[in-house]
Design a protein around this ligand. Structure first.
Ligand SMILES: Cc1cc2nc3c(=O)[nH]c(=O)nc-3n(C[C@H](O)[C@H](O)[C@H](O)COP(=O)(O)O)c2cc1C
Length: 259
């Protein structure tokens, strides 16, 4: 198979770059061979039967943020369906961002607020995600609540929240987390773990005891304003329920998608 015409899929790290996708197109056997290493852990046989519930157009609230609030409350309730495991963070969500050229990246961040029409998280304004958001405000969120066999997907636009609100949240964080926000130039290369710990020590000396720690210039919240939200409930036989809200001219339409 010829690589020409294949989508450009260039992975680069520093001055070292290669194009695994081009090679995959040219030499698929280099990537997929009969040893199928994943079958060692029987990954191909891992599957769950989803039986905990269903979701219908009649069940959901007409406002997706209210619907999200209802599901989030259930996801965080100790008594919810199969019980919330102590290690689960229901407010953890995958945030996907992309460059204008289409390069996509994803990572987990923590949801820290649900507003009337926005999801709020906090991060470093000089991080990789931040530079992607400043170039392209389109983002996606994905919540997965395995104990409820539910997923919530969001598409929307991300924008920085005002500094006053970031400050209010910053002050509510544990002292060491506040110092950590100063210590870390998130997403940049550092020489070693020790460099980070030295910075923390310096910051502890600079802000001893109860000295007020200022909000770093490069740190604060983002609001993701949704234009599209999907509520997914796992069902048997892979016939899952998918109820989607689409915003058109400030009004939400509700539709069911095929699983
Ligand atoms: C459970 C969990 C929670 C996290 N919460 C946040 C968060 O709220 N904000 C944040 O900036 N990074 C958070 N991170 C770290 C991010 O996943 C990521 O490593 C970091 O934001 C740098 O991403 P970037 O280089 O793509 O900008 C969290 C990671 C995990 C696993």
């Amino acid at each position: 198979m010829e690589a020409s015409g294949a989508p450009k899929f260039l992975f680069s790290a520093g001055n070292f770059s290669f194009s695994p996708f081009d090679r995959f197109v040219r030499e698929p056997d280099h990537f997929i061979d009969e040893r199928n290493l994943m079958s060692l852990s029987r990954i191909d046989q891992m599957r769950q039967n989803y039986t905990l519930g269903g979701l219908s157009e009649q069940d959901v609230d007409s406002d997706p943020m209210v619907q999200f609030g209802n599901w989030f409350a259930e996801a965080t309730e100790p008594g919810s369906a199969s019980g919330i495991p102590p290690w689960l963070e229901p407010n953890a969500m995958t945030l996907s961002t992309s460059d204008p050229d289409g390069t996509v990246s994803s990572r987990i961040v923590l949801l820290k607020g649900v507003e009337r029409n926005a999801f709020v998280f906090y991060s470093n304004y000089a991080s990789h995600k931040a530079s992607q958001i400043s170039a392209n405000a389109h983002v996606a969120l994905c919540f997965y609540w395995p104990h409820l066999q539910r997923q919530v997907l969001v598409q929307g636009g991300a924008a920085k929240i005002d500094r006053e609100r970031s400050l209010e949240y910053f002050r509510s964080r544990p002292r060491d987390s506040q110092l950590g926000a100063h210590a870390s130039t998130q997403s940049s290369v550092i020489a070693s773990r020790e460099v980070l710990e030295q910075r923390m020590d310096e910051l502890r000396r600079r802000y001893p005891g109860e000295t007020e720690i200022p909000l770093p210039e490069n740190w604060g919240g983002y609001a993701v304003v949704p234009s599209w939200i999907e509520f997914w409930q796992g069902r048997t036989s892979r016939l899952h329920d998918r109820i989607v809200y689409r915003n058109e001219n400030d009004a939400w339409t509700i539709e069911r998608l095929s699983p």
